[in-house]
Design a protein. Structure first.
Length: 159
């Protein structure tokens, strides 16, 4: 039986793993070029391969899927900027396609990325300069109505 300290430790490990993945150089490079105007699909190719590999590394508290969202309304989409799933999962989901087959975790489209596992993000502009681009106002991103998403927040969703 897991004790509270073991659960807390596992949650911290998951948070550290998330931080490690989102700070990968190829992902950061793709984000920088995206915000400079490169919205092509090919901008994300190397970063997607890199994140897929990081997700497939395994371990007890490993992550198997992620969606990277925009820091502001630029390119904002419920599908995010980058979607990646470890190629080692083989996890069958409960959702079915119209032909009766079950979706697998990571399938293209919404079935392979269960909406219950990802937040609905709302972007609002405030009156302070954006620290990355002081020529525009900063944007606040929130999940739900009152949960800020930023470099110090953590949100764990599950199904």
């Amino acid at each position: 039986m897991l004790q509270a300290s073991q659960i807390a430790s596992d949650l911290l490990l998951i948070q550290a793993t998330c931080s490690t993945i989102v700070t990968r150089i190829l992902l950061q490079d793709a984000l920088k070029t995206f915000y400079l105007g490169n919205t092509s699909e090919s901008n994300w190719d190397a970063a997607t391969r890199d994140v897929n590999g990081a997700l497939a590394s395994g371990g007890f508290s490993s992550l198997v899927q992620t969606i990277v969202y925009s820091r502001n309304a630029t390119g904002s989409s419920p599908n995010g900027l980058l979607r990646a799933t470890a190629n080692t999962t083989g996890i069958q989901l409960t959702d079915q396609y119209p032909n009766g087959t079950y979706a697998m975790l990571g399938d293209p489209g919404t079935l392979g990325y269960p909406t219950e596992l990802y937040p609905n993000i709302t972007y609002t502009t405030n009156n302070t300069p954006d620290p990355v681009d002081p020529t525009v106002n900063a944007t606040n991103a929130t999940a739900f109505l009152d949960f800020p998403l930023n470099s110090t927040s953590a949100l764990l969703l599950g199904k």
